[in-house]
Design a protein around this ligand. Sequence first.
Ligand code: G3H
Ligand code: 13P
Ligand code: ZN
Length: 329
Amino acid sequence: MVHYSEVGFVNTKEMFRNAMENGYAVPAYNFNNMEQLQAIITACTETQSPVILQVSKGARKYANATLLRWMGQGAIELMREIAKEKGLKEIPIALHLDHGDSFELCKNCVDMGFSSVMIDGSHLPYEENVELTARVVEYAHRHDVTVEGELGVLAGIEDDVKAEKNIYTNPDDVEDFVKKTGVDSLAIAIGTSHGAYKFKVKPGEKPPPLRFDILEEIEKRIPGFPIVLHGASSVIQEYVQLINKYGGNLENAVGVPEDQLRRAAKSAVCKINIDSDGRLAMTAKIREFLWNNPKEFDPRKYLGPAREELIKMYKHKNESVLGSAWRIK
Ligand code: G3H
Ligand code: 13P
Ligand code: ZN
C-alpha cells in the first residue's frame, strides 16, 4: 500500500473547490504513453493549471498498470523540474482512475497510490449503481481518496460499457444519489459522448447544443456540488483534415464546440474529460510526418512533432476553453 500523498499527488477536493469558486473547469487528460504524459505536464505547468491525469482500464491493459503508476510518479518530478527551471509555481496533480468498472479495480488503484477514482455504475440499475458506488466511497474515503460517480449513460462507448442512445441524467435522482453514496463529484449525461463521432450531422451543419436545461436543473438540486463532463473533446477539425489528407479516413467526425465547453466550465462543471482530441492531434502529426518523410524510421522523429502539437493543444484548452490557466496562487 502506497498513499498518494507520499508520491506527491493531491485528491480533487481543493481543485474542485477552487474551480467552483472561480468559474472554471479542471482539465482531466488521459494518457497511455510517455509522449502524452510529457505533453500534459509541460502544458499544464507552463500555463500554471491544475491537472487530473486519467488512466483508463484500457490504458492499464495497454501500457501495464505498474508502469503507468510509476510514470505518474515521474510526472510529479518532471513538473517540479519544469517549474524550477522556468521560475513557475508547482501545480497540483491528481492521479485518477477513469471509468472504473468494479470495486476491485478501484481498490487496486487506491492501494497503489491513485488520489482519485471513478466508479462508473451508470449502466447498472439505479439501486445497484448506488450500492457499488457507496462501497467504493467507503473504502476510498478511508484513505482520503476522492470518488467520482456517474448517473445517466453517454452515447457511444464508455470503455467496455456500451449504450445504444443517450440517456440523459434525471435531475430527480441526483440528490438521492449523492446523499446515499457520499461521492465527491458526479458525472452527468447532457448530450456529450465518447470518441470522434459525437453527433450525426451533415458536413457544415452545427451539432445540437448540450442540454444546459438539464445541467441547470441538476445545479438547483445539488447546489455547489462538483459536476463532471465526459466526452468533451471538440474533435478539432484541423486534425481531422490533416488525418484525411495524409491517408486517413475519418468521415463526419464531429465534437463538442468550444463555446459550449466554455459555458459549461463557468457553471458547476468542475472537471472536463478530454482524450480523443489528444489522439487526433498525435495521429494527424504522425501521419503528416511519415507521408512527407517516407525514408524516416526513427520513432523520435515523428513522435517529437506529435508531442509538440499536443503541448500546443493542451495549452489552448487550458487558456481559452476551460479557463484553468494561471489559477495557481
Ligand atoms: O472515456 C474513455 C476514455 O477515452 C478512455 O478510452 O478505454 O480507449 O482508454 P480507452
Ligand atoms: P472524449 O472521447 O470526448 O475525449 O472523452 C474522454 C472521456 O470522457 C474520458 O473519460
Ligand atoms: Zn469518459
